[in-house]
Design a protein around this ligand. Structure first.
Ligand SMILES: Cc1cc2nc3c(=O)[nH]c(=O)nc-3n(C[C@H](O)[C@H](O)[C@H](O)COP(=O)(O)OP(=O)(O)OC[C@H]3O[C@@H](n4cnc5c(N)ncnc54)[C@H](O)[C@@H]3O)c2cc1C
Length: 538
C-alpha cells in the first residue's frame, strides 16, 4: 500500500518540480493582479476569457476597449492577464510597488496605443497599465497659457480643450496619437518650426519612479530626469501627467490646411518642391508632410502621392506654396479650418484596424539638384521593391508609404530656444535634414513576419543607396559637425522600428549622459528589463 502510493506521489512531486518554474510566473502575475484588484476594485479588469474574468465582468468593456484601441491591430494579440486603469499617481505608485514585489512579472504602459512596435505598449501574460479610461483629462490653466494633461489623453483631447480659447499645444499632427508616447520620443508637430518639438514645451512631468516615489521633473526639480524624458523614451519613469505650454494659433484657432492627392507622374516635381521647401522655407508657420504611397493588390502595385499642408494663419502668404501650387492635383481638401479638424483629417486617420510597422531613416537635405536626384532614386528603389513584392502575394492588400519630413535647421533653433536642448541633440549648425518615415500596413496575419522584414529591407536598401552614391555631401545650411555621423542621425524614436539603435543615434555624449541618468533612476532595471521600448542594450 505504502509503496503503491509512493510511485504516483513521487511522479506528481517530480512533475510539480519540473513545472513550477513555468507556473510561478503565472502565479506571480496573478498575485499582482489580485493585489491591485483588492486595493482598487473599480480600476482593474482580469482577462474576460480567463477564469478570473468572472470576478470583473463589469470591467470587460474596458479590457476589450484597451485591446481594440491599438494602431497596429497585431498588438491586441498580446493578451495581458489583467489591465489596470489608474486614475492618479498614487495608484500608479501602488502598482509599481506591487510589481517590485514580483520581479518576474512583465508589464506595459499604454497611453494612446499608437506605437506600432509589438510589445512597446502591449504585453502578453503580464500586467497592462492603460491610462486612457481614467486619466484622459486635458484642462487649460485659467490664463490659457498652459494645459494640464493626464497620461490617458490623446492629442485630440488637448486640441479640443484649447480650441475654444483659439490656442493649441505643440503635439501630434494626428489627434488620435497619445500624448505621453509622442512626447517621450520628442514629438514632431505642425508647430515645430515655431516652437520646437513637443518635448521642448513640457513645463513639468509628474512621474512615478522605479521605487514608487512620486516626483515632479522640470527645469528646477529633478532636472536630469527632465532632460531624459524629453526624447529618451520610457526607460526612466512612468509619466502620470504633464503641464504643457499653449500658444495662440491661427486666427482665433482657425488655420489653413488640408490634403492634396496627386497621380504618380507628379512625383518628380513634388520631390523637387519638397527639397526646395526644406532648404529655403523661411516661414516657420508653414509645414508639410509629403507622402509617397504604393498600394499593392492582386499582383499590381499602384504608386500615388499625397501632401498634408499646414499654415498657422487663415491663409498662407502669396508665393509660399507656389512650387506646390503649380503641380496639378487630383483632389484637395485645403481650406480654412479649425486646428482640431486639421488634426482629424480623414486620410490621416482611417488606416486604424490594419497590421502596421514603421521604420525611419535620417538623411541630409543636400543642395539641389543633388537632393532632387537622390529623392528620385529613392522613390524608384521603393517602387521597384514594392512592384517585385506585389507579385509574391496576389491575395493580401498592402500599403507601403514613405513620408519625407523636412527638418530644417529652424526646427533645431526653435527647439533650443524653447526647451534649452533635449536628448535628440539637434543643432542648427548641423544644417537641414529630412526624416523619412516608412510605413507598411497589411491585412493578412500570414504576412506578420514577412511584411516588417520587407519594410526593413526596403528602408535599408535606400539607406545603402545614399551611403554608396551620396555619402559625405554636406546638408544645406551646414556650418559644422561630423558629416559622417549627422548625415544619418539622430534616428527619430517616434518613427523607429524596435531593432533601430535610437539612443546610440543621439551621439556618444548624450548616450553616456542618458545612461548615467538611467542608472540613477532605474538601478534595478525595473523599466529596462520588464517592458518593451528602446533600450540601452541595443
Ligand atoms: C498614424 C500615426 C501618426 C503619427 N503622428 C506623429 C506625429 O505627428 N508626430 C510624432 O512625433 N509622432 C507621430 N507618430 C508616432 C508616435 O508619436 C509614436 O508612435 C508614439 O510612441 C505614440 O505614442 P502613444 O502614447 O500613442 O503610444 P503608446 O503605444 O501608448 O506608447 C508608446 C511608448 O510610450 C511608453 N509610454 C506610454 N505611456 C507611458 C507613460 N505613462 N509613462 C512612460 N512611458 C509611457 C510606452 O511604454 C511605449 O514605449 C505617429 C504615429 C502614427 C501611427
Amino acid at each position: 500500500m505504502h509503496l503503491f502510493l509512493t510511485g504516483p506521489l513521487l511522479w506528481l512531486l517530480a512533475e510539480a518540480a519540473l513545472l513550477s518554474p513555468l507556473l510561478s510566473p503565472r502565479r506571480d502575475v496573478n498575485a499582482v493582479c489580485s493585489t491591485l484588484h483588492s486595493k482598487y476594485p473599480g480600476h482593474l479588469a482580469w482577462d474576460p476569457v480567463s477564469l478570473h474574468g468572472l470576478q470583473t465582468l463589469r470591467g470587460t468593456l474596458e479590457y476589450n476597449a484597451a485591446l481594440l484601441d491599438y494602431w497596429n491591430v497585431k498588438s491586441a494579440s498580446n493578451r495581458p492577464v489583467c489591465a489596470f486603469f489608474p486614475a492618479d499617481a498614487e495608484q500608479v505608485s501602488f502598482a509599481v510597488r506591487t510589481l517590485n514585489a514580483h520581479p518576474s512579472v512583465r508589464f506595459a504602459l499604454k497611453s494612446g496605443g499608437h506605437n506600432p512596435n509589438l510589445g512597446f505598449s502591449s504585453v502578453d501574460d503580464g500586467v497592462l497599465i492603460a491610462f486612457r479610461p481614467n486619466s484622459r483629462y486635458a484642462v487649460p490653466a485659467p490664463d490659457g497659457r498652459t494645459i494640464d494633461v493626464g497620461a490617458g489623453a490623446k492629442w485630440e483631447d488637448v486640441y479640443s480643450a484649447l480650441q475654444p480659447l483659439g490656442k493649441a499645444a505643440v503635439g501630434g499632427r494626428l489627434g488620435d496619437v497619445g500624448v505621453i508616447g509622442l512626447t517621450l520620443g520628442g514629438g514632431l508637430s505642425y508647430l515645430s518650426a515655431q516652437y520646437g518639438f513637443a518635448c521642448d514645451n513640457v513645463v513639468s512631468f509628474q512621474c512615478v519612479l522605479a521605487d514608487g516615489a512620486i516626483v515632479e521633473a522640470s527645469r528646477t526639480s529633478h532636472s536630469d530626469l527632465y532632460f531624459a524624458l524629453r526624447g529618451g523614451g520610457n526607460q526612466y519613469a512612468i509619466v502620470t501627467s504633464m503641464t504643457l505650454k499653449a500658444y495662440d494659433v491661427g486666427d482665433q484657432g482657425m488655420v489653413w490646411g488640408g490634403i492634396r492627392t496627386y497621380t504618380a507622374d507628379k512625383v518628380r516635381a513634388l520631390l523637387a518642391a519638397v527639397s526646395n521647401f526644406t532648404t529655403n522655407g523661411q516661414d516657420p508657420k508653414a509645414a508639410i508632410i509629403p507622402n509617397f504611397a504604393f498600394i499593392s493588390a492582386a499582383g499590381l502595385n499602384l504608386p500615388a502621392a499625397l501632401v498634408f499642408y499646414f499654415y498657422d494663419g487663415r491663409e498662407p502668404p502669396a508665393g509660399l506654396f507656389d512650387e506646390f501650387d503649380a503641380i496639378p492635383h487630383l483632389t484637395s481638401s485645403t481650406a480654412i479650418r479649425s486646428f482640431v479638424s486639421i488634426t482629424n483629417q480623414v486620410l490621416g486617420g482611417d488606416m486604424k484596424g490594419l497590421r502596421f510597422q514603421i521604420r525611419e531613416n535620417t538623411f541630409p537635405n543636400m543642395p539641389m539638384p543633388t537632393m532632387s536626384s537622390f529623392l528620385h532614386d529613392h522613390f524608384q528603389k521603393v517602387l521597384e521593391s514594392t512592384t517585385d513584392e506585389a507579385l509574391t502575394d496576389l491575395v493580401d492588400l498592402r500599403l507601403l508609404t514613405f513620408a519625407v519630413q523636412p527638418i530644417p535647421r529652424g526646427i533645431a533653433q526653435a527647439s533650443l530656444e524653447m526647451g534649452g536642448g533635449n536628448a535628440l541633440g539637434l543643432a542648427p549648425e548641423h544644417g537641414d535634414r529630412v526624416w523619412v518615415e516608412y510605413d507598411i500596413a497589411w491585412a493578412s496575419p500570414l504576412c506578420d513576419e514577412k511584411c516588417p522584414d520587407f519594410l526593413r529591407q526596403t528602408a535599408d536598401s535606400v539607406l545603402n543607396l545614399h551611403k554608396r552614391n551620396y555619402a559625405g555631401i554636406s546638408p544645406t545650411n551646414y556650418i559644422e559637425g561630423d558629416i559622417d555621423f549627422l548625415s544619418y542621425n539622430p534616428i527619430f524614436m517616434n518613427d523607429a522600428m524596435s531593432d533601430q539603435k535610437v539612443l546610440k543615434s543621439y551621439g556618444d555624449e548624450v548616450y553616456q549622459r542618458l545612461k548615467v541618468i538611467h542608472k540613477k533612476y532605474d538601478p534595478e532595471g525595473f523599466f529596462s528589463t520588464r517592458q518593451g521600448g528602446f533600450h540601452f542594450s541595443q
